[in-house]
Write a protein that binds this ligand. Structure first.
Ligand code: DGJ
Length: 540
Protein backbone atom coordinates (compact mmCIF):
# COMPACT_ATOMS: atom_id res chain seq x y z
CA UNK A 1 0.00 0.00 0.00
CA UNK A 2 2.78 2.37 1.08
CA UNK A 3 4.68 1.53 -2.09
CA UNK A 4 1.61 2.33 -4.19
CA UNK A 5 1.20 5.65 -2.41
CA UNK A 6 4.84 6.50 -3.03
CA UNK A 7 4.42 5.72 -6.68
CA UNK A 8 1.31 7.90 -6.83
CA UNK A 9 3.12 10.76 -5.14
CA UNK A 10 6.01 10.39 -7.58
CA UNK A 11 3.60 10.47 -10.53
CA UNK A 12 1.84 13.50 -9.10
CA UNK A 13 5.24 15.19 -8.90
CA UNK A 14 6.01 14.38 -12.52
CA UNK A 15 2.61 15.64 -13.58
CA UNK A 16 3.04 18.86 -11.61
CA UNK A 17 6.44 19.41 -13.18
CA UNK A 18 5.00 18.77 -16.60
CA UNK A 19 2.10 21.16 -15.91
CA UNK A 20 4.59 23.78 -14.71
CA UNK A 21 6.68 23.38 -17.83
CA UNK A 22 3.57 23.56 -20.01
CA UNK A 23 2.50 26.74 -18.25
CA UNK A 24 5.87 28.41 -18.66
CA UNK A 25 5.81 27.44 -22.34
CA UNK A 26 2.67 29.49 -22.97
CA UNK A 27 3.93 32.64 -24.62
CA UNK A 28 2.51 36.11 -24.01
CA UNK A 29 -0.06 36.97 -26.65
CA UNK A 30 -2.18 39.95 -27.56
CA UNK A 31 -5.90 39.53 -28.12
CA UNK A 32 -8.88 41.76 -28.80
CA UNK A 33 -12.06 40.83 -27.02
CA UNK A 34 -15.25 42.79 -27.68
CA UNK A 35 -13.41 46.01 -28.39
CA UNK A 36 -10.98 45.66 -25.46
CA UNK A 37 -7.31 44.80 -25.93
CA UNK A 38 -5.53 42.36 -23.68
CA UNK A 39 -2.01 41.10 -23.27
CA UNK A 40 -2.29 37.59 -21.91
CA UNK A 41 0.63 36.59 -19.71
CA UNK A 42 0.63 33.25 -17.95
CA UNK A 43 -2.98 32.75 -19.03
CA UNK A 44 -4.24 36.00 -17.45
CA UNK A 45 -4.70 39.56 -18.73
CA UNK A 46 -1.73 41.70 -17.76
CA UNK A 47 -2.10 45.48 -17.90
CA UNK A 48 1.09 47.37 -18.74
CA UNK A 49 1.54 50.46 -16.56
CA UNK A 50 4.61 51.35 -18.47
CA UNK A 51 7.21 53.86 -19.38
CA UNK A 52 9.87 54.07 -22.07
CA UNK A 53 13.41 54.88 -21.03
CA UNK A 54 15.29 57.81 -22.48
CA UNK A 55 17.56 56.76 -25.32
CA UNK A 56 20.75 56.98 -23.27
CA UNK A 57 19.42 55.41 -20.10
CA UNK A 58 19.94 51.72 -20.82
CA UNK A 59 23.53 51.63 -22.06
CA UNK A 60 25.20 50.41 -18.85
CA UNK A 61 24.54 47.84 -16.16
CA UNK A 62 24.82 50.44 -13.41
CA UNK A 63 21.86 52.34 -14.90
CA UNK A 64 19.62 49.32 -14.35
CA UNK A 65 20.54 49.24 -10.65
CA UNK A 66 19.50 52.85 -10.18
CA UNK A 67 16.63 53.27 -12.60
CA UNK A 68 14.55 50.12 -12.24
CA UNK A 69 14.09 50.22 -8.44
CA UNK A 70 13.07 53.89 -8.73
CA UNK A 71 10.54 53.13 -11.45
CA UNK A 72 9.17 50.19 -9.48
CA UNK A 73 8.63 52.56 -6.54
CA UNK A 74 6.74 54.84 -8.96
CA UNK A 75 4.29 51.96 -9.63
CA UNK A 76 5.61 51.38 -13.15
CA UNK A 77 5.28 47.63 -13.76
CA UNK A 78 6.83 47.41 -17.25
CA UNK A 79 9.76 49.25 -18.78
CA UNK A 80 10.36 49.68 -22.51
CA UNK A 81 14.11 49.65 -23.08
CA UNK A 82 16.32 49.83 -26.16
CA UNK A 83 18.59 46.98 -27.18
CA UNK A 84 21.19 48.51 -29.46
CA UNK A 85 22.64 46.45 -32.30
CA UNK A 86 26.06 48.11 -31.93
CA UNK A 87 26.32 47.04 -28.30
CA UNK A 88 24.91 43.58 -28.95
CA UNK A 89 27.27 42.79 -31.85
CA UNK A 90 30.36 44.97 -31.45
CA UNK A 91 32.30 42.67 -33.82
CA UNK A 92 30.65 40.80 -36.64
CA UNK A 93 29.35 37.45 -35.44
CA UNK A 94 30.21 37.99 -31.79
CA UNK A 95 27.21 38.75 -29.61
CA UNK A 96 27.34 40.17 -26.13
CA UNK A 97 24.23 39.69 -24.00
CA UNK A 98 25.70 40.66 -20.63
CA UNK A 99 24.07 44.08 -20.51
CA UNK A 100 20.63 42.73 -21.40
CA UNK A 101 20.94 39.84 -18.95
CA UNK A 102 21.71 42.25 -16.16
CA UNK A 103 18.66 44.37 -16.95
CA UNK A 104 16.51 41.25 -16.98
CA UNK A 105 17.94 40.16 -13.60
CA UNK A 106 17.24 43.54 -12.02
CA UNK A 107 13.75 43.71 -13.54
CA UNK A 108 12.99 40.24 -12.15
CA UNK A 109 14.21 41.26 -8.70
CA UNK A 110 11.93 44.30 -8.89
CA UNK A 111 8.93 42.19 -10.05
CA UNK A 112 8.84 44.16 -13.27
CA UNK A 113 8.55 43.20 -16.90
CA UNK A 114 10.41 44.53 -19.94
CA UNK A 115 9.49 45.26 -23.52
CA UNK A 116 12.55 45.37 -25.75
CA UNK A 117 13.02 47.92 -28.52
CA UNK A 118 15.27 46.53 -31.24
CA UNK A 119 17.34 49.47 -32.41
CA UNK A 120 18.79 47.60 -35.40
CA UNK A 121 19.12 49.09 -38.87
CA UNK A 122 17.02 52.13 -37.94
CA UNK A 123 16.14 54.31 -35.01
CA UNK A 124 14.20 57.48 -35.85
CA UNK A 125 15.02 57.05 -39.54
CA UNK A 126 18.75 57.08 -39.03
CA UNK A 127 21.15 54.18 -38.59
CA UNK A 128 23.10 55.43 -35.61
CA UNK A 129 22.67 52.21 -33.63
CA UNK A 130 24.05 49.94 -36.36
CA UNK A 131 27.52 48.69 -35.41
CA UNK A 132 30.56 50.72 -36.53
CA UNK A 133 31.62 47.89 -38.88
CA UNK A 134 28.27 48.26 -40.66
CA UNK A 135 28.30 52.04 -40.84
CA UNK A 136 31.85 52.20 -42.21
CA UNK A 137 31.29 49.78 -45.09
CA UNK A 138 28.96 51.50 -47.54
CA UNK A 139 29.68 49.00 -50.30
CA UNK A 140 28.50 46.03 -48.31
CA UNK A 141 25.86 47.99 -46.41
CA UNK A 142 24.52 50.59 -48.88
CA UNK A 143 22.89 53.82 -47.83
CA UNK A 144 19.80 55.64 -48.95
CA UNK A 145 20.80 58.13 -51.64
CA UNK A 146 19.33 61.60 -51.97
CA UNK A 147 18.11 63.21 -55.15
CA UNK A 148 21.64 64.58 -55.67
CA UNK A 149 23.12 61.07 -55.35
CA UNK A 150 24.75 61.72 -51.96
CA UNK A 151 24.55 58.97 -49.31
CA UNK A 152 22.45 59.72 -46.22
CA UNK A 153 23.14 58.31 -42.78
CA UNK A 154 20.29 55.90 -43.37
CA UNK A 155 20.86 52.28 -44.38
CA UNK A 156 19.03 51.38 -47.57
CA UNK A 157 16.29 48.76 -47.46
CA UNK A 158 17.96 47.39 -50.60
CA UNK A 159 21.06 46.28 -48.67
CA UNK A 160 20.85 42.49 -48.83
CA UNK A 161 23.77 42.01 -46.46
CA UNK A 162 22.30 44.59 -44.09
CA UNK A 163 19.04 42.69 -43.94
CA UNK A 164 20.81 39.35 -43.55
CA UNK A 165 22.91 40.54 -40.63
CA UNK A 166 20.22 42.59 -38.92
CA UNK A 167 17.93 39.55 -39.07
CA UNK A 168 20.74 37.30 -37.84
CA UNK A 169 21.47 39.53 -34.85
CA UNK A 170 17.77 39.83 -34.06
CA UNK A 171 17.38 36.06 -34.28
CA UNK A 172 20.34 35.64 -31.93
CA UNK A 173 18.65 38.03 -29.49
CA UNK A 174 15.38 36.11 -29.60
CA UNK A 175 17.15 32.74 -29.28
CA UNK A 176 19.00 34.07 -26.26
CA UNK A 177 15.74 35.20 -24.66
CA UNK A 178 14.11 31.84 -25.28
CA UNK A 179 17.02 30.08 -23.60
CA UNK A 180 17.60 32.48 -20.73
CA UNK A 181 14.38 34.26 -19.92
CA UNK A 182 12.47 31.30 -18.55
CA UNK A 183 10.34 33.50 -16.32
CA UNK A 184 9.25 35.62 -19.24
CA UNK A 185 10.39 38.96 -17.90
CA UNK A 186 10.44 40.15 -21.51
CA UNK A 187 6.86 40.28 -22.80
CA UNK A 188 7.04 41.80 -26.27
CA UNK A 189 9.50 43.22 -28.77
CA UNK A 190 9.35 46.30 -30.95
CA UNK A 191 11.17 45.69 -34.24
CA UNK A 192 13.27 48.75 -35.25
CA UNK A 193 12.15 52.23 -34.22
CA UNK A 194 10.24 54.95 -36.09
CA UNK A 195 11.54 54.02 -39.53
CA UNK A 196 11.23 56.05 -42.71
CA UNK A 197 13.35 58.31 -44.91
CA UNK A 198 13.88 61.81 -43.55
CA UNK A 199 14.91 64.70 -45.72
CA UNK A 200 13.85 62.90 -48.92
CA UNK A 201 10.60 61.26 -49.92
CA UNK A 202 12.26 58.07 -51.04
CA UNK A 203 15.50 56.22 -51.49
CA UNK A 204 17.06 57.21 -54.84
CA UNK A 205 19.88 54.70 -54.91
CA UNK A 206 20.21 52.78 -58.16
CA UNK A 207 18.39 49.59 -57.08
CA UNK A 208 15.69 51.75 -55.52
CA UNK A 209 15.16 53.69 -58.75
CA UNK A 210 15.02 50.45 -60.70
CA UNK A 211 12.36 48.99 -58.41
CA UNK A 212 10.44 52.26 -58.39
CA UNK A 213 10.30 52.35 -62.18
CA UNK A 214 9.12 48.74 -62.39
CA UNK A 215 5.56 47.54 -61.83
CA UNK A 216 4.00 47.38 -58.41
CA UNK A 217 4.00 43.70 -57.34
CA UNK A 218 0.64 42.19 -58.27
CA UNK A 219 0.44 40.57 -54.83
CA UNK A 220 0.46 44.02 -53.19
CA UNK A 221 -2.22 45.40 -55.50
CA UNK A 222 -4.39 42.33 -54.84
CA UNK A 223 -3.91 42.52 -51.09
CA UNK A 224 -4.92 46.18 -51.11
CA UNK A 225 -7.88 45.43 -53.36
CA UNK A 226 -9.05 42.92 -50.76
CA UNK A 227 -9.04 45.72 -48.17
CA UNK A 228 -10.83 48.12 -50.46
CA UNK A 229 -14.07 48.17 -48.48
CA UNK A 230 -12.18 49.39 -45.39
CA UNK A 231 -9.41 51.41 -46.97
CA UNK A 232 -8.13 54.52 -45.18
CA UNK A 233 -9.22 57.73 -46.93
CA UNK A 234 -5.58 58.67 -47.58
CA UNK A 235 -4.85 55.41 -49.37
CA UNK A 236 -8.20 55.27 -51.17
CA UNK A 237 -7.62 58.81 -52.51
CA UNK A 238 -4.51 57.59 -54.36
CA UNK A 239 -5.14 53.96 -55.14
CA UNK A 240 -5.68 53.03 -58.79
CA UNK A 241 -5.58 49.22 -59.06
CA UNK A 242 -5.68 49.40 -62.86
CA UNK A 243 -2.27 51.05 -63.05
CA UNK A 244 1.11 49.33 -63.38
CA UNK A 245 3.98 51.49 -62.17
CA UNK A 246 4.17 52.95 -58.68
CA UNK A 247 3.23 56.34 -60.08
CA UNK A 248 0.21 54.91 -61.93
CA UNK A 249 -1.08 53.01 -58.93
CA UNK A 250 -0.36 55.46 -56.11
CA UNK A 251 -0.15 58.86 -57.83
CA UNK A 252 1.24 61.61 -55.60
CA UNK A 253 1.71 59.16 -52.75
CA UNK A 254 3.90 56.82 -54.83
CA UNK A 255 7.21 57.73 -53.17
CA UNK A 256 5.88 57.19 -49.69
CA UNK A 257 3.90 54.03 -50.44
CA UNK A 258 6.95 52.61 -52.21
CA UNK A 259 9.03 53.22 -49.07
CA UNK A 260 6.31 51.75 -46.86
CA UNK A 261 6.41 48.61 -48.99
CA UNK A 262 10.20 48.45 -48.74
CA UNK A 263 10.36 48.95 -44.99
CA UNK A 264 7.47 46.54 -44.41
CA UNK A 265 9.19 43.85 -46.49
CA UNK A 266 12.56 44.31 -44.79
CA UNK A 267 11.21 44.51 -41.24
CA UNK A 268 8.96 41.53 -41.78
CA UNK A 269 12.01 39.47 -42.72
CA UNK A 270 13.79 40.62 -39.54
CA UNK A 271 10.71 39.80 -37.45
CA UNK A 272 10.33 36.40 -39.14
CA UNK A 273 13.91 35.47 -38.26
CA UNK A 274 13.27 36.47 -34.63
CA UNK A 275 9.92 34.72 -34.41
CA UNK A 276 11.42 31.51 -35.73
CA UNK A 277 13.52 31.50 -32.55
CA UNK A 278 11.03 32.80 -30.03
CA UNK A 279 7.57 33.99 -30.99
CA UNK A 280 6.91 36.86 -28.59
CA UNK A 281 4.38 39.46 -29.78
CA UNK A 282 6.11 41.91 -32.12
CA UNK A 283 4.91 45.36 -33.03
CA UNK A 284 6.03 48.51 -34.87
CA UNK A 285 5.97 52.10 -33.69
CA UNK A 286 5.99 55.22 -35.83
CA UNK A 287 6.46 58.96 -35.88
CA UNK A 288 3.04 60.33 -36.76
CA UNK A 289 2.65 63.00 -39.44
CA UNK A 290 1.74 66.45 -38.17
CA UNK A 291 -1.02 68.29 -40.04
CA UNK A 292 0.24 69.77 -43.33
CA UNK A 293 3.55 67.93 -43.13
CA UNK A 294 4.80 66.21 -46.26
CA UNK A 295 6.47 62.79 -46.35
CA UNK A 296 10.17 63.37 -45.87
CA UNK A 297 9.45 66.08 -43.30
CA UNK A 298 8.21 63.18 -41.20
CA UNK A 299 9.83 59.78 -41.92
CA UNK A 300 8.56 58.69 -45.33
CA UNK A 301 7.38 55.08 -45.39
CA UNK A 302 6.65 54.56 -41.68
CA UNK A 303 3.64 52.55 -40.53
CA UNK A 304 1.43 55.56 -39.66
CA UNK A 305 -2.28 55.02 -40.29
CA UNK A 306 -2.55 56.66 -43.71
CA UNK A 307 -0.69 53.83 -45.44
CA UNK A 308 -0.56 51.21 -42.68
CA UNK A 309 -2.58 48.84 -44.83
CA UNK A 310 0.51 48.41 -47.01
CA UNK A 311 2.30 47.04 -43.95
CA UNK A 312 -0.66 44.90 -43.02
CA UNK A 313 -0.65 43.42 -46.51
CA UNK A 314 3.04 42.57 -46.40
CA UNK A 315 4.29 42.07 -42.83
CA UNK A 316 2.61 38.90 -41.62
CA UNK A 317 5.07 38.50 -38.73
CA UNK A 318 4.13 41.80 -37.16
CA UNK A 319 1.29 41.34 -34.69
CA UNK A 320 0.16 44.94 -34.44
CA UNK A 321 1.01 48.61 -34.93
CA UNK A 322 1.31 51.30 -32.29
CA UNK A 323 1.45 55.09 -32.39
CA UNK A 324 4.00 57.29 -30.62
CA UNK A 325 1.68 60.15 -29.69
CA UNK A 326 3.40 63.45 -29.07
CA UNK A 327 0.72 65.53 -30.81
CA UNK A 328 -2.17 66.95 -28.76
CA UNK A 329 -4.88 64.85 -30.46
CA UNK A 330 -4.28 61.76 -28.35
CA UNK A 331 -7.77 60.26 -28.72
CA UNK A 332 -7.83 60.88 -32.48
CA UNK A 333 -4.68 58.86 -33.09
CA UNK A 334 -5.74 56.05 -30.77
CA UNK A 335 -9.03 55.80 -32.66
CA UNK A 336 -7.30 55.71 -36.03
CA UNK A 337 -5.26 52.73 -34.87
CA UNK A 338 -8.34 51.00 -33.49
CA UNK A 339 -10.12 51.52 -36.80
CA UNK A 340 -7.32 49.58 -38.49
CA UNK A 341 -7.93 46.62 -36.19
CA UNK A 342 -5.01 47.20 -33.84
CA UNK A 343 -5.09 46.46 -30.13
CA UNK A 344 -4.47 49.61 -28.11
CA UNK A 345 -0.91 49.95 -26.87
CA UNK A 346 0.91 53.30 -26.86
CA UNK A 347 4.66 52.77 -26.51
CA UNK A 348 5.59 56.47 -26.46
CA UNK A 349 3.69 59.59 -25.49
CA UNK A 350 4.33 62.98 -23.91
CA UNK A 351 5.20 62.45 -20.26
CA UNK A 352 3.52 65.65 -18.98
CA UNK A 353 0.16 64.69 -20.45
CA UNK A 354 0.64 61.07 -19.36
CA UNK A 355 -1.49 60.99 -16.20
CA UNK A 356 -4.52 62.25 -18.12
CA UNK A 357 -4.10 60.29 -21.34
CA UNK A 358 -3.51 57.11 -19.35
CA UNK A 359 -7.03 57.39 -17.93
CA UNK A 360 -8.45 57.78 -21.43
CA UNK A 361 -6.43 54.85 -22.72
CA UNK A 362 -7.40 52.32 -20.06
CA UNK A 363 -10.94 53.59 -19.51
CA UNK A 364 -12.25 54.70 -22.88
CA UNK A 365 -10.00 52.94 -25.39
CA UNK A 366 -9.80 49.85 -23.18
CA UNK A 367 -6.12 49.45 -24.03
CA UNK A 368 -3.68 47.05 -22.41
CA UNK A 369 -0.70 49.37 -22.14
CA UNK A 370 0.52 52.92 -21.94
CA UNK A 371 4.12 54.01 -21.78
CA UNK A 372 5.10 57.68 -21.80
CA UNK A 373 8.59 58.44 -23.07
CA UNK A 374 11.54 59.44 -20.86
CA UNK A 375 9.94 57.80 -17.84
CA UNK A 376 13.25 57.75 -15.98
CA UNK A 377 13.22 61.55 -15.85
CA UNK A 378 10.36 61.41 -13.32
CA UNK A 379 11.48 62.41 -9.85
CA UNK A 380 11.55 59.74 -7.13
CA UNK A 381 8.37 59.32 -5.09
CA UNK A 382 7.80 61.92 -2.38
CA UNK A 383 7.07 61.16 1.26
CA UNK A 384 3.37 60.97 0.56
CA UNK A 385 1.17 60.53 -2.50
CA UNK A 386 0.50 64.26 -2.85
CA UNK A 387 4.18 65.06 -3.32
CA UNK A 388 4.72 62.22 -5.81
CA UNK A 389 4.45 62.54 -9.60
CA UNK A 390 0.84 62.53 -10.77
CA UNK A 391 1.53 59.63 -13.14
CA UNK A 392 2.66 57.59 -10.18
CA UNK A 393 -0.56 58.40 -8.36
CA UNK A 394 -2.63 57.37 -11.37
CA UNK A 395 -0.69 54.14 -11.92
CA UNK A 396 -0.90 53.33 -8.20
CA UNK A 397 -4.65 53.74 -8.17
CA UNK A 398 -5.22 51.83 -11.38
CA UNK A 399 -3.09 49.03 -9.99
CA UNK A 400 -5.28 49.07 -6.88
CA UNK A 401 -8.19 48.10 -9.12
CA UNK A 402 -6.35 44.82 -9.76
CA UNK A 403 -8.26 42.28 -11.86
CA UNK A 404 -11.36 44.47 -11.74
CA UNK A 405 -9.83 46.63 -14.47
CA UNK A 406 -9.16 44.10 -17.26
CA UNK A 407 -12.38 42.24 -16.43
CA UNK A 408 -14.44 45.42 -16.65
CA UNK A 409 -12.60 46.51 -19.83
CA UNK A 410 -13.50 43.23 -21.51
CA UNK A 411 -17.13 43.49 -20.34
CA UNK A 412 -17.49 47.05 -21.64
CA UNK A 413 -17.90 48.42 -18.11
CA UNK A 414 -15.28 51.17 -18.31
CA UNK A 415 -15.32 54.64 -19.85
CA UNK A 416 -12.96 57.58 -19.65
CA UNK A 417 -12.41 61.17 -20.67
CA UNK A 418 -9.77 63.89 -20.67
CA UNK A 419 -10.37 67.65 -20.52
CA UNK A 420 -7.93 70.51 -20.95
CA UNK A 421 -8.49 74.24 -20.48
CA UNK A 422 -7.87 74.41 -24.25
CA UNK A 423 -10.49 71.76 -25.11
CA UNK A 424 -13.09 73.01 -27.60
CA UNK A 425 -15.93 72.38 -25.13
CA UNK A 426 -15.84 72.86 -21.36
CA UNK A 427 -17.70 69.62 -20.57
CA UNK A 428 -17.58 66.05 -21.74
CA UNK A 429 -19.97 63.26 -20.96
CA UNK A 430 -19.69 59.50 -20.95
CA UNK A 431 -22.59 57.06 -20.55
CA UNK A 432 -22.25 53.88 -18.51
CA UNK A 433 -24.73 51.52 -16.87
CA UNK A 434 -27.73 53.80 -17.42
CA UNK A 435 -26.03 56.91 -16.01
CA UNK A 436 -24.35 59.91 -17.61
CA UNK A 437 -21.11 61.17 -16.07
CA UNK A 438 -20.53 64.75 -17.12
CA UNK A 439 -17.06 66.13 -16.34
CA UNK A 440 -15.91 69.76 -16.21
CA UNK A 441 -12.57 71.08 -15.01
CA UNK A 442 -12.45 71.87 -11.27
CA UNK A 443 -13.27 75.49 -10.38
CA UNK A 444 -12.94 77.43 -7.16
CA UNK A 445 -15.95 78.56 -5.14
CA UNK A 446 -17.34 81.20 -5.18
CA UNK A 447 -15.02 82.88 -7.74
CA UNK A 448 -15.39 79.98 -10.26
CA UNK A 449 -11.83 80.35 -11.53
CA UNK A 450 -10.14 77.28 -13.02
CA UNK A 451 -8.18 75.35 -10.42
CA UNK A 452 -6.35 73.22 -12.96
CA UNK A 453 -5.61 73.25 -16.66
CA UNK A 454 -6.18 69.51 -17.09
CA UNK A 455 -8.43 66.81 -15.70
CA UNK A 456 -9.35 63.24 -16.51
CA UNK A 457 -11.18 60.23 -15.20
CA UNK A 458 -11.73 56.54 -15.70
CA UNK A 459 -15.18 55.30 -14.71
CA UNK A 460 -15.62 51.63 -13.85
CA UNK A 461 -18.99 50.13 -13.05
CA UNK A 462 -18.69 47.54 -10.28
CA UNK A 463 -22.41 46.79 -9.76
CA UNK A 464 -25.70 48.28 -11.07
CA UNK A 465 -25.53 51.16 -8.59
CA UNK A 466 -21.84 51.38 -7.73
CA UNK A 467 -18.99 52.98 -9.69
CA UNK A 468 -15.27 53.48 -9.09
CA UNK A 469 -13.93 56.71 -10.57
CA UNK A 470 -10.18 57.19 -10.79
CA UNK A 471 -9.33 60.75 -11.60
CA UNK A 472 -8.19 64.24 -10.91
CA UNK A 473 -9.15 67.81 -11.74
CA UNK A 474 -12.82 67.27 -12.55
CA UNK A 475 -16.22 68.03 -11.12
CA UNK A 476 -18.60 65.27 -12.15
CA UNK A 477 -22.36 65.53 -12.47
CA UNK A 478 -24.20 62.24 -12.54
CA UNK A 479 -27.52 62.05 -14.33
CA UNK A 480 -29.78 59.28 -15.47
CA UNK A 481 -29.29 58.50 -19.16
CA UNK A 482 -32.54 59.62 -20.88
CA UNK A 483 -31.89 57.05 -23.59
CA UNK A 484 -32.28 54.34 -20.96
CA UNK A 485 -35.31 55.51 -18.92
CA UNK A 486 -36.99 58.59 -17.50
CA UNK A 487 -35.95 58.07 -13.88
CA UNK A 488 -34.04 60.68 -11.90
CA UNK A 489 -30.55 59.93 -10.57
CA UNK A 490 -29.26 60.77 -7.11
CA UNK A 491 -26.03 60.17 -5.21
CA UNK A 492 -26.15 57.90 -2.14
CA UNK A 493 -22.55 58.28 -1.10
CA UNK A 494 -19.12 59.35 -2.29
CA UNK A 495 -16.06 57.89 -0.64
CA UNK A 496 -12.38 58.31 -1.29
CA UNK A 497 -11.09 54.75 -1.05
CA UNK A 498 -7.84 52.87 -1.15
CA UNK A 499 -7.07 49.19 -1.53
CA UNK A 500 -5.51 47.46 1.45
CA UNK A 501 -4.76 43.87 0.50
CA UNK A 502 -8.04 42.35 -0.63
CA UNK A 503 -10.33 44.98 0.79
CA UNK A 504 -11.12 48.59 0.07
CA UNK A 505 -10.64 51.00 2.90
CA UNK A 506 -12.62 54.24 3.11
CA UNK A 507 -10.20 57.12 3.64
CA UNK A 508 -12.83 59.90 3.61
CA UNK A 509 -16.56 60.16 3.18
CA UNK A 510 -17.12 63.17 0.97
CA UNK A 511 -20.22 65.18 1.79
CA UNK A 512 -21.43 68.74 2.47
CA UNK A 513 -19.14 71.27 0.81
CA UNK A 514 -16.96 68.46 -0.59
CA UNK A 515 -19.87 67.06 -2.63
CA UNK A 516 -21.70 70.32 -3.30
CA UNK A 517 -24.33 69.16 -0.80
CA UNK A 518 -24.56 65.64 -2.21
CA UNK A 519 -25.00 66.75 -5.80
CA UNK A 520 -21.61 66.33 -7.46
CA UNK A 521 -18.36 64.43 -7.22
CA UNK A 522 -15.73 67.11 -6.73
CA UNK A 523 -12.33 65.58 -7.40
CA UNK A 524 -9.09 66.84 -5.96
CA UNK A 525 -7.92 69.40 -8.58
CA UNK A 526 -4.26 68.43 -8.27
CA UNK A 527 -3.98 64.85 -7.08
CA UNK A 528 -5.48 61.59 -8.30
CA UNK A 529 -7.69 59.42 -6.10
CA UNK A 530 -10.08 56.52 -6.35
CA UNK A 531 -13.66 57.56 -5.59
CA UNK A 532 -16.41 55.05 -4.96
CA UNK A 533 -19.78 56.48 -5.80
CA UNK A 534 -23.09 54.78 -4.99
CA UNK A 535 -26.11 56.05 -6.88
CA UNK A 536 -29.84 55.50 -7.10
CA UNK A 537 -32.54 56.23 -9.65
CA UNK A 538 -36.07 57.20 -8.57
CA UNK A 539 -39.29 57.36 -10.52
CA UNK A 540 -40.54 60.78 -11.56
C1 DGJ B 1 10.66 59.17 -30.65
C2 DGJ B 1 11.70 58.09 -30.56
O1 DGJ B 1 11.14 56.85 -30.89
C3 DGJ B 1 12.34 58.04 -29.21
O2 DGJ B 1 13.37 57.07 -29.21
C4 DGJ B 1 12.87 59.41 -28.85
O3 DGJ B 1 13.86 59.80 -29.75
C5 DGJ B 1 11.73 60.39 -28.85
N1 DGJ B 1 11.13 60.45 -30.15
C6 DGJ B 1 12.22 61.78 -28.42
O4 DGJ B 1 11.23 62.67 -28.39
Amino acid sequence: MKKRMNRLVAWAGVLALWAGAAQAAELPRVVRTQGASQLIVDGKPYVIFGGELGNSSAGTEAQADVILPRLAALHVNTVLMPVAWDQLEPREGSYDFRLLDHWIDVARAQHMHLVLLWFGSWKNSFSEYAPGWVKADVRRFPRVRGIDGAPLEILSTFGEETLRLDAKAFAALMAHLRAQDKQQIVLMVQVENEVGVLGERRDRSEPANRAFNADVPASLVQALQARRHAMTPELAAHFNPKGHTWKDVFGDAADEVFMAWRYATYIDAVAAAGKAQYALPMYLNVQLPAPQERAGEYPSGGSHPYFQQVYQAVASHIDFYSPDIYWPEFAYWVQRYQALGNPVFVPEARLEAGPYNALYLYGEARGFGFSPFDIDSLPAPGNDAASSPLLMQVYGELRDLGDMLPTAQADGRTRGLVLHATSPRPTQTVALGGYLFEGTLSRSWPARTLETQDGAMLVLQSSPDEFYLVGTGLTVNIRRDPDVDTRVAGIDSIEEVSRQGDTWQTLRRLNGDQSNQGRQLMMDPHNAHVYRVRVHAIER
